[in-house]
Design a protein around this ligand. Structure first.
Ligand code: UD1
Length: 433
């Protein structure tokens, strides 16, 4: 199992480039199931969840081609024949977003068999709203032996109000509604940029979707969709992680190739604590040369403060003067990183959904365990300012969603190395697999 060894104390200096958004790439790859023509996606990050999705689609009968060399971030997905519209437990258990294939498969094939995802390190994370919505579109759904089976001759448009805002739930139903008969109105939708990116792709494929990125999305169903070419938006969570890292390490870092409007909530909190930032159309510069103070944050759906940056912000709060209260509103168990940060010397008290962080505390290197994707990022950030050499175990979590993070950090001055070689490096990209 790979580990990161990080020696703290170096400010991050220079320019780091943000990759394509994993959370936009995953639904866009699933959208390719809706057509028998090739879908070409650009700016696909090389992360493990993308490999998992490639395996998932291939197992159903899709042809998935990866670019190589200069085109290594391009992937072409051709779902001419979908012999087995199924997602097995083996794949779903490693990546919950696999459930994104449910909507497109019922819409295109009239049937789908998808494993229920089960529990998760950060909370229960049910998919009841995906199921309820598909039933409202006319699908017959049964659950047996840990699998959901869905059937429908042709889905029929409906008015659906989400009981709770769900990102992949909105995406799943958006894809299903694109091929349904008649009009679907989705209400109380997630407004995340990844939802709007998916709608952009679907519209290029011939769908008729309006309002993506707002709480109400209208979809006029069509009978078939065609192939398309689409560039995935930049990863706002990766950008947020580098922004926080630069501030914490007292660096001067230009985060290039991002969309500053997508990281508004993170930037506004940083300005509030006293970190200087400057934005252009596609970059953010963080000048972290002065001490910063504690601040309260509450995670919310977009455009609020993202839960996916909460763990990283907690690492920053340990280095802020004063008290920060962090309230996690989206997931019920998303403070696993706090315990590891405490082992490094942080002063954090958990009270239900709130974490009270008192700073500034010096952090000292320790052997720590990554528990989930964003928790691992938080430990990397803490290690960058800790005294001594931190060893982070189970970095496969970080490989799920951050492209070559150790290389990117090393290029801007961090002392970080990977031990073990479980995940291929840039140079080892395989052609056409
Ligand atoms: C997506 C993101 C994830 C991010 C999360 C919240 C992807 C691939 N993943 O996850 O990185 O942390 O949004 O921004 O895009 N819920 C239900 N029933 C459902 C669906 C969700 O109760 O059917 C609950 C969840 O348990 C959670 C909340 O709704 O408490 C929000 O979850 P949701 O937006 O669905 O998260 P994901 O789409 O899984």
């Amino acid at each position: 199992m790979d580990k990161f060894v990080i020696r703290g104390g170096e400010p991050l200096l220079g320019t780091v480039r943000v990759s394509g958004a994993k959370n936009a790439a995953l639904p866009c790859m699933a959208a390719a199931l809706l057509t028998d023509q090739p879908v070409i996606l650009e700016n696909i990050p090389q992360v493990r969840d993308i490999q998992t999705t490639r395996n998932l689609l291939t197992a159903m009968g899709a042809e998935v081609e990866l670019g190589y060399g200069r085109a290594q971030h391009r992937t072409t997905i051709h779902c001419a024949n979908l012999a087995a519209p199924e997602a097995s437990y083996e794949l779903v258990k490693t990546m919950r977003a696999s459930t994104l294939v449910l909507g497109p498969l019922v819409a295109r094939c009239g049937r789908a068999r998808v494993s229920l995802p089960g529990g998760c390190a950060i909370g229960a994370r049910p998919i009841d709203l995906h199921i309820k919505g598909l039933e409202q579109l006319g699908a017959k759904i049964t659950q047996e032996h840990g699998y959901i089976e869905a059937h429908a001759d042709r889905l029929k448009g409906a008015e659906i109000v989400f009981d709770k805002i769900t990102v992949t739930g909105t995406e799943d139903l958006l894809m299903a509604a694109a091929l349904a008969e008649g009009e679907t109105v989705l209400q109380n939708c997630a407004r995340e940029p990844e939802v709007a990116d998916l709608a952009d792709l679907l519209n290029k494929m011939g769908a008729r979707i309006e309002g993506a990125g707002t709480p109400t999305i209208r979809v006029k169903g069509v009978t078939t969709l065609k192939g398309a070419k689409h560039r995935i938006i930049p990863d706002r969570i990766e950008a947020g992680t580098f922004i926080i890292a630069a501030a914490m390490t007292g660096g001067d870092l230009n985060i290039a190739g991002c969309d500053p409007t997508h990281v508004g909530a993170v930037l506004s909190k940083l300005r509030e604590v006293g970190v200087k930032t400057k934005t252009s159309d596609d970059s953010v510069r963080v000048m972290g040369d002065n001490p910063f103070t504690g601040v309260d944050i509450t995670t919310e759906e977009y455009p609020g403060f993202p839960t996916d940056c909460q763990a990283q912000f907690m690492a920053l709060a340990t280095q802020a003067e004063g008290t920060s209260v962090i309230t996690e509103n989206i997931f019920e168990n998303r403070f696993m990183h706090a315990l590891e940060l405490v082992r490094m010397g942080a002063n954090i008290r958990i009270e239900g959904r709130r974490a009270v962080v008192r700073g500034k505390t010096p952090l000292s290197a320790a052997a720590v365990l990554a528990s989930d994707l964003r928790a691992s990022a938080s430990l990397v950030l803490a290690a960058l300012v800790a005294d001594g050499e931190t060893i982070i175990d189970r970095v496969y979590h970080i490989d799920r969603g951050y492209e070559h993070i150790e290389e990117k950090l090393k290029d801007v001055g961090a002392q970080i190395k990977r031990m073990g070689e479980m995940f291929p490096k840039k140079s080892a990209a395989h052609p056409s697999r």
